[in-house]
Design a protein around this ligand. Structure first.
Ligand SMILES: COc1nc(N)nc2c1ncn2[C@H]1C[C@H](O)[C@@H](COP(=O)(O)OP(=O)(O)OP(=O)(O)O)O1
Length: 157
């Protein structure tokens, strides 16, 4: 199963604003999401997260500034080749201004106004806890349309 990263740049502690990107291509096209992608062979999850943040929205982050927030498994019974896990991070410090890239168009949202209806269906189950500073671990099983959530187990610390 492939492994990916997903990083949420935030302002405030507790989080007041979050940077999301409208995915322009590939898996999750047309949805807002955090920034991340596949972990390449020989790459650590944190190195992948740093690389993807530059590639997708042009901000430079130090690995030490990534705050690990847990791991989720996404299972697609109708299309098992889509199964993957995701290493979650938040980050509050970076260099550079977020900007549009070939992959993502970033936008800031108040945490009270996160556009969950335009995001992956799993996000509303775990993102509020992460934005409150809680680590999450769990598994999401998607329905046959590979969009709706059929079952979900999330543990928070
Ligand atoms: C299925 O539910 C998901 N929910 C959320 N919130 N995020 C998800 C979900 N599935 C995937 N993601 C995230 C995980 C990664 O950050 C990206 C997927 O990355 P992708 O497969 O596009 O990886 P890239 O390396 O960017 O791929 P290409 O360069 O080949 O486009 O979405």
């Amino acid at each position: 199963m492939r492994s990916t990263t997903l990083c949420l740049p935030i302002q405030g502690n507790p989080a007041e604003r979050i940077l999301l990107g409208m995915k322009k291509t590939g898996f999750g096209h047309g949805k807002y999401n955090g920034f991340g992608g596949k972990i390449e062979n020989g790459e650590t999850p944190t190195a992948a997260a740093v690389r993807e943040l530059v590639e997708e929205c042009g901000i430079a982050v130090k690995e030490a500034d990534l705050e690990y927030m847990g791991q989720l498994m996404f299972i697609f019974p109708a299309n098992p080749e889509l199964d993957h896990d995701v290493h979650l991070y938040v980050v509050r410090n970076w260099q550079g201004e977020p900007g549009e890239t070939a992959e993502m168009k970033p936008a800031w949202f108040d945490v009270a106004d996160i556009p969950y209806k335009d995001m992956w269906a799993d996000d509303s189950y775990w993102m509020p806890a992460v934005l409150k500073g809680k680590k999450v671990n769990g598994e999401v099983i998607f329905a046959d349309d590979n969009e709706e959530v059929d079952g979900i187990t999330i543990r928070t610390e």
